[in-house]
Ligand binder design. Structure first.
Ligand SMILES: [Zn+2]
Length: 401
């Protein structure tokens, strides 16, 4: 197991890779070794991994065990190393910076689950940026948490009620909606399964009246399911208005900047909070059984749904600068995407590769000016109040950035 001993902080990834593929091939001895190695790799998260994954170490370790237990060692390795390959780039003049992500591509990942919402984010933003919009509300539908109830049962219980309420939302004059499901573990109890609905009402609809009606329908659905009535939370996001051009091209994952326009900013946070991913859900997912239950239910589940006009992509999406995914990193890049990435690489030959994000942080920590400047530009160009940004700022502060 020598390849995991930190020799001056280094890990022999080639040896690890070889061990993982032997394990995946069914070699039992290699399986034991790989599992041990991946678990300890996971508990030794890097600084950058902490920035992008947050305080989810226990949970991530649980997921690594879950994958290993199923004999999916390659998956486990990708998951454990997610973010270690993120690369920093700066334009030749230093005026622009970017981070090229190397994600695992799994929904159980705090980081990828956030990135996974990008399609929905791009769609919604594309519509709001391209044409006048109706009034928008943010509605949260919750149900009672039942002690010890298995997650699939919790989910089914919710779905039944949701069907009724969705009909009501449509009936009230919905133009479009984004619905996303959040699954939180209430410590020592059950699953707090709930849905966030961002709804855009059609022209001439009184949003207040529509929301009150939705509230009523939900209460009826809840009480007729024999549960105690549960209030619906709703918040008026904005009035009908002209196209919000500030949202154009705001489709990135971790790195995005807060708009100066009040309405645009409110929408940015609302939609992003809704699409937050599992980082904030998994605090209580801390035993092997719970992790397996959570993983079995969330891995492969459709967590976001778009309705109405938002289901369709707006045609004019130019100006949408998309982060490139490292092809093959998560096994998710199609041939067309790879081609696009190659073309971009050719066109934008002006980008200078600075190295992995962890080495940038390490060098910045020991005072290398270029690296400090890179991090400063990153923070200036993508200012926002997300957890990722807060952690990036916290790390920068530790070395006076
Ligand atoms: Zn990941």
């Amino acid at each position: 197991m020598g390849f995991l001993e930190p020799v001056a902080g280094m890990i022999d990834f080639e040896a690890l890779e070889a061990c993982v593929s032997r394990a995946e091939g069914g070699d039992r001895g290699a399986g034991v070794e790989a599992r041990w190695a991946l678990e300890s790799l996971c508990t030794r998260r890097t600084r950058w991994q902490w920035i992008i994954h947050g305080e989810t170490e226990n949970y991530r370790l649980g997921v690594v065990r879950y994958y290993c237990g199923k004999g999916k060692f390659v998956k486990a390795k990708r998951y454990a190393t997610c973010g270690r390959g993120d690369t920093a780039y700066a334009s030749e003049t230093g005026a622009a910076v970017k981070v090229k992500p190397m994600c695992c591509g799994y929904r159980l990942c705090p980081r990828w689950s956030r990135r996974y919402g990008r399609v929905a984010l791009r769609r919604v933003n594309g519509h709001l940026a391209g044409a006048p919009h109706g009034a928008i509300d943010h509605i949260v539908l919750t149900q009672k948490v039942i002690d010890g109830e298995p997650l699939p049962v919790t989910r089914e219980r919710f779905e039944k009620k949701w069907k009724r309420v969705y009909r009501a939302i449509r009936g009230q004059g919905m133009r479009s909606a984004l619905v996303t499901y959040h699954v939180k573990r209430t410590r020592g109890e059950g699953w707090h399964y709930h849905a966030h609905v961002v709804v855009e009402w059609g022209a001439g609809i009184d949003a207040e009246v529509a929301c009150l009606f939705v509230n009523k329908v939900w209460s009826v659905a809840v009480t007729s399911a024999g549960e105690l009535s549960h209030p619906v939370f709703y918040r008026h996001v904005c009035e009908p208005g002209e196209a919000i051009t500030a949202l154009k091209g705001d489709g990135q994952g971790e790195f995005w900047s807060e708009s100066k326009d009040g309405v645009a900013q409110c929408l940015q946070y609302c939609v992003r909070d809704v699409l937050q991913g599992c980082e904030n859900w998994v605090e209580g997912v801390d035993t092997e059984d719970l992790t397996a239950e959570f993983a079995g239910s969330v891995d492969g589940a459709k967590l976001h749904r778009l309705y109405g006009e938002w289901r369709h992509d707006v045609e004019n999406t130019d100006g949408v600068e998309e982060e490139e995914e490292e092809p093959g990193a998560g096994g998710t890049a199609t041939e067309a995407e790879k081609e696009k990435a190659r073309k971009k690489e050719k066109d934008g030959g002006l980008w200078v590769k600075l190295g992995s994000m962890d080495s940038v942080l390490l060098q910045a920590c020991s005072g290398v000016t270029a690296m400090c400047e890179f991090l400063e530009s990153l923070a200036l160009s993508f200012f926002n109040r997300s957890a990722v940004f807060r952690r990036l700022s916290a790390v920068r502060r530790t070395f006076g950035g």
